[in-house]
Write a protein that binds this ligand. Structure first.
Ligand code: FAD
Length: 465
């Protein structure tokens, strides 16, 4: 018989939301069980952030290996064994996923394999191939993540790929069409372009990387084009015909119907929250029309013992945001006074060059009613950037006019992904441009760009006039 097993805190899903929530809950003294139907680590570790960054790095190495005339570096007979690239990528994923499993066990979190289905506000069924087991719980954190949207005219197959398919190719395609110039399409498109693939990006809107300022995405476009990529904007993808060894993609641009042939087509047009097969309606959990679960400032749903975090709630669908919410939810269950503050969630595109933003953009700050000023400093005026032969880029610091309070920053350039952390800290700590300007940054480093952008805000930059 199916005798219910009693649990204290149940976490559903082991992505960066769920596993972090489970560990934090355990740290506060809760007895935690985490249920995962797939692989520990969720999208992020298995088929998202981590493998994509590994592939991007391998692409950079392959591109650098071609040599550089300007630097006097000549190379011959460079070749890529893509099966080795994939093997290495897999080893990175394995290290991290087994690391997370070790962390869960080390924190005495029970790990259960299976798919969760809600019966009522204190009961779930967990199903695997063979069994169904009922569990009752006091509190629950749902972190079931999201999956790629499938276009009706582009059914996924061996040739019509979602991001997971594109990450796991066995060969470097000669030609690749990417539908959707968001960050996933741009990152994977750039990575394959670096391996020598002829990439065509079809974007429906006026520009790729819509969430970023034009001056930032322009740098990425320039670099992509220099690698031989074609970017078609305001292009409506219409359909795909699979041939024996490839695809023919049709699209409409400027009122004309076009066809482009390739080995594969990658479709990255957004993701959908995994909230429709969980039985949430059985519990009366409120969702919006996109299927996102509604939560309060502690990640609590309208059902007071059930919390929701990560890609299934509103806000940028990013791993660090999921983890942040996971900690808040776990602490809220422990009775702590934690509340979410979305002021400074960084967003990064690991393109070439990297793009990063945190807090307000200049326009966003103005819309929010701040009287702000934008201060720019170019990578080209920084010694370290020049010695990296990477002078394309800039930092833009957004400060409140009355007192110099930092409310946002945007960076386009090498290592923007790491540099943005200092600006996030500045916003969190309520710092002003003067605080950044007075912080001694090591020379020569890209970090000096931050100090100099703050000096621009103060009207006293040293390295530009
Ligand atoms: P997920 O990571 O999706 O995990 C949810 C887990 O729940 C899954 O393991 C799933 O199997 C499990 N689950 C679902 N339903 C059930 C059920 N009924 N019962 C039991 N288990 C269930 N974000 C970044 O911040 N930086 C990046 O560089 C980045 N790169 C990305 C690249 C790609 C190609 C993709 C696709 C995404 C990327 N993301 C990145 C986004 C990031 O992966 C997600 O925001 C993040 O994984 C969301 O975490 P989560 O915990 O909400 O859910």
């Amino acid at each position: 018989g199916d005798f219910p097993i009693e649990l204290d805190t149940l976490v559903v899903g082991s992505g960066p939301g769920g596993y972090v929530a489970a560990i934090r809950a355990a740290q506060t003294g809760q007895k935690v069980t985490i249920v995962e139907k797939g692989a520990i680590g969720g999208v992020c570790l298995n088929v998202g952030c981590i493998p994509s960054k590994a592939l991007i790095e391998a692409g950079h190495r392959a591109e650098h290996a071609q040599g550089d005339d300007e630097l006097g570096i000549k190379t011959e007979n460079v070749s890529v064994d893509f099966s080795k690239v994939q093997e290495w990528k897999g080893s990175v994923v394995n290290k991290l996923t087994s690391g997370v499993e070790g962390l869960l066990k080390g924190n005495k979190v029970d790990i259960v394999g299976g798919e969760v289905y809600f019966v009522d506000k204190n009961t779930v069924k967990v199903m695997d191939e063979k069994n169904s087991q009922t569990y009752t719980f006091k509190n629950c954190i749902i972190a079931t993540g999201s999956h790629p949207i499938e276009l009706p005219t582009f059914k996924y197959s061996d040739r019509v790929l979602d991001s997971t398919g594109a990450l796991n190719l066995k060969e470097v395609p000669k030609k690749l069409v990417v539908i959707g110039g968001g960050y996933v399409g741009t990152e994977l498109g750039s990575a394959y372009a670096n391996f020598g693939t002829e990439v065509t990006i079809l974007e429906g809107l006026k520009d790729i990387l819509g969430g970023f300022e034009k001056q930032m995405s322009a740098l990425v476009k320039k670099k992509l084009k220099s690698k031989g990529a074609t970017i078609v904007t305001e292009a409506m993808a219409q359909g795909v015909e699979e041939t024996k060894d490839g695809v023919k993609v049709t699209y409409e641009a400027k009122g004309k119907k076009e066809t482009v042939e390739a080995d594969y087509v990658l479709v990255t047009v957004g993701r959908k929250p995994n909230t429709d097969e969980l039985g949430l309606e059985q519990v009366g959990i409120e969702m919006d029309d996109k299927g996102l679960v509604k939560i309060d400032e502690q990640c609590r749903t309208n059902v007071d013992n059930i919390f929701a975090i990560g890609d299934i709630v509103d806000g940028p669908p990013l791993a660090h945001k999921a983890s942040y919410e996971g900690k808040i939810a776990a602490e809220a269950i422990a009775g702590e006074n934690a509340v979410i503050d979305y002021n400074a969630i960084p967003a990064v595109v690991f393109s070439d060059p990297e793009l990063a933003t945190v807090g307000y953009s200049e326009e966003g700050a103005k819309e929010a009613g701040y009287d702000v000023k934008a201060s720019k400093f170019p990578f080209a005026a920084n010694g370290r950037a020049l010695s990296l032969n990477a002078s394309d880029g800039f930092m833009k610091l957004i400060t409140r006019k009355e007192d110099g309070l930092i409310v946002g920053a945007q960076i386009a350039g090498p290592n923007a992904s790491d540099m943005i952390s200092e600006l996030g800290l500045a916003i969190e700590a309520g710092m002003t441009a003067e605080d950044l300007a007075l912080t001694i940054h090591a020379h020569p480093t890209l970090g000096e760009i931050t100090m100099e952008a703050a000096e621009v805000a103060m009207g006293t930059p040293i390295h530009i006039v």
